[in-house]
Design a protein around this ligand. Sequence first.
Ligand SMILES: [Zn+2]
Length: 597
Amino acid sequence: MAKTNKAQTTLKFIGGINKDRIGGNCSVIEHTDKQGNTDVVMFDLGSIFTPYETGFVAAFPNVDEYFDRIDPDTKVETKALKPVKALFITHAHEDHIGALINYAKMGYKLPPIKTSGFSRNFIRLAFREEGVSEPDIERIKGGETIKISDNMEVKAVDVSHSIIDSLGFFTKTYDEGKPCAAIMNNGDFLTEEEMPVGKSFNKDSYINTLKSAKSPVLMCLDSTSTSPFGKERIGFEQAVENTYNAVVKNNQKSVIISPVISRSVQNIAIDMEVARKLGTKVCLDGKWLTLVKDAMFLSGFNDFEDVLYKGNLKAYLADDKIKKKYVVCTGAFAQGLENYEYNVGVDEISPIPMSSATKMALDLHPVIRVDQKVLVLARQRIIDEINGKTGPKMLQMLAAQGATVVMSPSAQKVGNFEEVQMQDSGHVNATAIKTLMKDVKNNIKDVVVIPIHGNPNQCADTAKAMHEIGVKSHLVENKEGVHITEGKISNIEPKVTPLTWYAVRSISPNPFSDRDVPLEGLREFWEVTEDYESIRKICEVANVRRFSPRDENYSNSHKFLEKAEDMPKREKMKAKKSKRKSTDMADIIKAKKGKRR
Ligand SMILES: [Zn+2]
């Protein structure tokens, strides 16, 4: 790049500030010094949850200009216009990492990734599971600073969220040693200082990090739950008590089914604690839960080992020593239900990927039959833009088979199911964010908030909360950039080209179609408009599953990963757990998924 008379830093949003749906989180920081030297780093690369009617299962931000690519069909190579030096991942939720494997399948070369131990292991296992070569991922810890060049450094900070090992990133840019910009990307976050599992946000160290900036601070704030009408938080202990009471109230039920978001470990901890109180063991069911459990083991988290059943689901259900069965399974969002009903909807050997709870609802589960003995704990609230239709439908299907359903309160009322608040949102609420930002404002002279991770209404809620406490904020959209020149926000760069997404269609073999599709199915990638209208087909790639939890070699595949990294300090549940006998997690890894019918 040519010499300029002023160094400039630009914070640009590719996805994550969408006009309607949540997801597709991705932002970029570009810095150019007066000599024309440029550094580009990216933060997160997630999926957006597309409406089912579009026929696409997910979409991802179009970051074409940032990555090199070799077209898998033509082998033609294209070079990135703005090569990214590092991709920082805040946490391993799908709306922050979901694009990675899809980009790899499309032939893009992923830049070096920097993230926490759990996120790293989870991403590696997910790539392994889908038979895709693992990207280069470096593990970083909260407090660590990564030097990108003489002009840019990125410091990781521990934050709290519903998943474990979440990081925020604080980027500082310089020109000839002079500070230019300071940008805090919190990722999804909570300000709770004591989460049940792993590290937590620490306000003092967070504010000290911000204070190290010698320029005004631009702060990206999670806006998912900042609505002024949001529920007040109940906290972990109360969530455990409410869930436990719901179980005791339905004491005649011998099987508890708790469909969860597989990666939201802080919420799964509620089930584990309830099972401990009940004096029973938990059996996990579903592919993604198995991956999460393995990634936890590899990262040194063994908080649940005393309460997990070491054996498959079939053995667990037949085990007379366990009076109260507690199955924690995938399916909080009823994944696969619509796909099954509208797409192939054929039989039980259908390769449509389905969560465990969806299989139960459709009576396709290989082991569990739902009846009057079953209590369903629907602890995750219904989120209209993810499972607004499928969530209620799945719960009603389970109830129709005789199960009793207790659900967390949601905007939608479903049937006449009893409502009990059994967990909190994984995102900071209006009260908590105002408390934190008042303290930030008292310590940092100049801070400007950019609301992210939400639709325009959610982002406006954050801006309103900031206005109430006298903190400046700027509302921006996807594809817009915020320029910081000589320590000041100089202008907002408007959208130059229209926003497009890369969307993926999942094609399953169908006996009624002429199309030749391999048994594992294939993925079609399309460039689509903001309204998910097709622009062009990019490529199609057959699915490969090299290592599946169903395979005998699955446990062996883990030998290629390193052993548990370091043992994170267990903060909250440590005292309670000291009395429990430790058990060998390796046995759990060996436990195989129950055989199919
Ligand atoms: Zn998240």
